[in-house]
Design a protein around this ligand. Structure first.
Ligand code: DQQ
Length: 550
């Protein structure tokens, strides 16, 4: 049962067949969670002109039923593809989509679509008013880069706002549009943000966060300037990564003032939402549990031929609760707690020393389908941390050059080895290294895929970033890793750094995978606590799922 031969996941969201990419209009409505996503109903590859919005529903964000497509490329204003967008629940409870259509000439325009019957709990039917497109392609936007409207929010003046990503004079920009009726939209002269060094931005997300506590806020919440900050998240096309900035939003001029102006206007220097292969994040306010929940798409990194053979492509990261850290600058991300309903068999460690060069196998759970939480204590941080070379400031390079195998002394690499074959020929390492820099410590986290598979035509990189924690004070660092066949999703420092990646180990087709704690540093680390749960298989978009979830 636990052998999903072609890398299909057991508890992550994926369609039964065909291609999916960006999360589009997540929403909670009348007791059900709805998830919409870029979906090609004709095959397992991305197809510019054929994209629809796939639609699935769930009672718990874990088990999902597929309801077919919500909108398809059928009208002059979207006949070449229904591209990404968002959902907004209008006052009175009627959900609406704002989305990008590629019109008859392939030009990107913005459209609206309304739920036909808001009382239908399944929201099966969507209608597109004839006034579409609601926003034509602007004269000053270039290269057909004008797309991916956000969830709309209300300003104190009663007008709706949305952000659309656009390339204006070579600068990736977040344009603001306002509307009184959701149908006629007018552009604000000044963009909310513009990254001169970054031409193409996609999938913006803009939402309020509470300054204190972990509760989420409705997208229109503003707080009148107190108790609330805002987050601007942008997906950067070239690096295929999501970056965000916390800041102050003023709905008078629709301006956004970054909390960390020293990071500059180039959004690539903002905080990275996920250092791995996740992209196009989109969040929604979950009124049922008073939290903000975020989805992220994770692409395939095997070959197109493999995807055609499998008949499916694309996985979503497990839905994450997001909230503002006490430092007021970074987000914390954590799998929604409903995931714990899937935990079955549990094994644990407590107070286990892992000496230099140590490799400790965790046995007793089927580790290709697991949830692992571990806390590492570093007894001799001061003595053992190696000096930091400013050349290593590029985390990608640092991760590649100083992968899991290189042990040149110091604190780490230590962490987990997951999806390993019995002979360790195939293995994926998720690990930390700690460096000393001007009397302070830098914690680096990495997922090294370079040995993850012996298969040809698989892209195997190493991904990493810095974890913004005070390790001198804590003397420990936590790691949570969700392992799900081809999906490895890791949360460092309580969700301050996330790395989500795909793996394609060949051994998984014929034998079980192994899980280890390892330490390739020069000193001992202590596993003060480790818990690993085997995970049950969720019902995700299978044929009879609607009965199972309702
Ligand atoms: N994917 C969509 C676009 C978006 C891109 C098309 C991001 O709307 O910009 O499938 O992955």
């Amino acid at each position: 049962k636990l052998q999903l031969h072609d890398g299909r996941t057991a508890y992550h969201f994926q369609p039964a067949k065909f291609w999916q990419n960006d999360p589009n209009g997540p929403l909670y409505h009348n007791g059900l969670y709805h998830f919409f996503y870029q979906y090609n109903p004709h095959g397992p590859l991305w197809d510019t002109g054929k994209l629809s919005w796939g639609h699935s529903v769930s009672g718990d964000l874990v088990n999902w039923a597929f309801l077919g497509t919500a909108i398809d490329p059928t009208d002059p204003f979207d006949v070449n593809g229904c591209w990404s967008g968002s959902a907004t629940v209008l006052p009175g409870g009627r959900p609406a989509f704002l989305y990008t259509g590629r019109d008859a000439g392939g030009v990107q325009v913005q459209n609206v679509s309304f739920a036909k019957n808001p009382l239908d709990p399944l929201l099966r039917e969507w209608e597109k008013p004839s006034c579409n497109p609601i926003i034509a392609f602007p004269a000053d936007v270039i290269n057909n880069n004008f797309r991916d409207p956000t969830t709309a929010w209300l300003g104190r003046d009663g007008l709706w706002r949305m952000v659309v990503a656009a390339e204006v004079a070579g600068a990736g920009s977040a344009l603001v549009y306002r509307s009184a009726d959701f149908l006629r939209w007018e552009r604000n002269a000044a963009p909310m943000h513009s990254s001169a060094a970054v031409p193409v931005l996609e999938c913006p997300d803009f939402f309020p966060v509470a300054e204190h506590g972990t509760d989420g806020l409705d997208t229109s919440a503003n707080g009148g300037g107190t108790g609330v900050k805002h987050v601007l998240k942008l997906s950067e096309f070239d690096t295929h990564q999501d970056f965000y900035m916390v800041g102050r939003y003023d709905d008078e001029g629709d301006t956004f003032s970054p909390e960390e102006p020293d990071r500059g206007d180039n959004c690539r220097r903002w905080r990275c939402l996920d250092y791995g292969q996740a992209y196009a994040a989109k969040s929604f306010f979950d009124a049922r549990r008073n939290r903000r929940v975020q989805w992220l798409w994770v692409n395939e990194y095997d070959s197109k031929a493999d995807d055609v053979a499998k008949g499916w492509a694309g996985v979503q990261a497990f839905p994450r609760k997001v909230w503002l850290d006490g430092d007021g600058k970074q987000l914390l991300q954590w799998p929604v707690d409903e995931i714990e309903t899937l935990r079955t068999k549990r094994v644990g460690l407590q107070g286990t020393e892992v000496k230099a060069g140590g490799l400790h196998e965790i046995v007793g759970v089927a580790s290709s389908q697991a949830d692992v939480e571990v806390v590492f204590e570093i007894p001799n941080l001061e003595d053992e941390a190696e000096g930091f070379d400013p050349d290593w400031l590029d985390p990608h390079k640092l991760c590649k050059d100083k992968g899991a195998a290189s042990a040149h002394g110091g604190v780490g690499p230590f962490g987990l080895i997951v999806m390993a074959s019995g002979d360790l020929q195939e293995q994926t390492a998720v690990f930390f290294r700690v460096f000393k820099h001007h009397g302070k410590y830098k914690v680096f986290m990495c997922t090294d895929l370079t040995r993850s598979s012996t298969k040809a035509d698989v892209y195997k990189d190493a991904y990493g970033g810095f974890v913004d924690v005070d390790i001198q004070k804590d003397k420990s660092i936590s790691l949570r890793t969700l392992i799900d066949h081809s999906m490895i999703e890791s949360f460092g420092g309580g969700g301050r750094a996330c790395i989500t990646t795909r793996v394609y180990p060949e051994h998984a087709a014929t034998s079980s995978s192994h899980l280890y704690v390892f330490n390739n540093g020069s000193g001992t680390v202590n596993v003060s606590k480790l818990e690993a749960w085997e995970m049950a298989t969720a019902t995700v978009n299978s044929a009879d799922a609607l009965d199972a979830i309702t």
